[in-house]
Write a protein that binds this ligand. Sequence first.
Ligand SMILES: [Zn+2]
Length: 286
Amino acid sequence: MPELPEVQALVEFLRTRTSGLVVTGVELGSISVLKTFTPPPQALVGAPVDGVERHGKFIDLDCGGTHLVFHLARAGWLRWSDAMPATVLRPGKSPIALRVRFDDSSGFDLTEAGTKKRLAAYVVGDPAAVPGIASLGPDPMAESFTLEQFAAIAASHRMQVKGMLRDQSVIAGVGNAYSDEVLHVAKLSPFAIAAKLDDAEVERLYAALRGTLTGAVAAASGKPAKELKDAKRAGMRVHGRTGEVCPECGDVVREVSFADSSLQYCATCQTGGKPLADRRTSKFLK
Ligand SMILES: [Zn+2]
């Protein structure tokens, strides 16, 4: 799933590519991808792209005051083409959920792999009308996101810090991958309770959050859409690296599995050398 750094890079990419262009077509490959009824997608046709913005993990194309907003969810992606195929996309079993065309023949497809369809698109007059945007917490890359603000957020959340970092209504843009990375840099257990962190731990977590995202944004910036996924994977220290060597201490990267996700961490760096209980593994071993 693309998170803040990849979404930011996609926004910059779209900003460069669509500047000065006019929307000439919006086609749906899946009716369910569109979560709004009015204005209709055709309202975008004929409109110039006035701007492209990021809200958390949402991408927002301002087309003459009507906004096309989308969220790529877990298996969604954006595929850019300088020369779009002429065939009109029709609702069906295509992995292409939505197609947008511009007046220089370029355009993009939003694609979604797998059977669980979570990719969501909205056509709205105001991006704040999108429920997921209205409820977003502060953006951790904003200049106004200070240590004081972060400390207040942590102090008011009696929940596991991994869950807090991923909660879009608490902090916007961080998902499963970067929360693993941030916690590894901060040398904190993913199961530590946010409200119980001491001042030094909060400071470390804040620095790790800002530092990790800043580095990832810089690494992703300027890369074409198709290279972002591999670049994200290549930059990970522990996320998705179960069984590999921790780059800090040489211990093995461990995993905790959940019903539909998993987290990775280093016991030596983050949990005082004690492996975290993995319900699935322990059940299996009984
Ligand atoms: Zn380590």
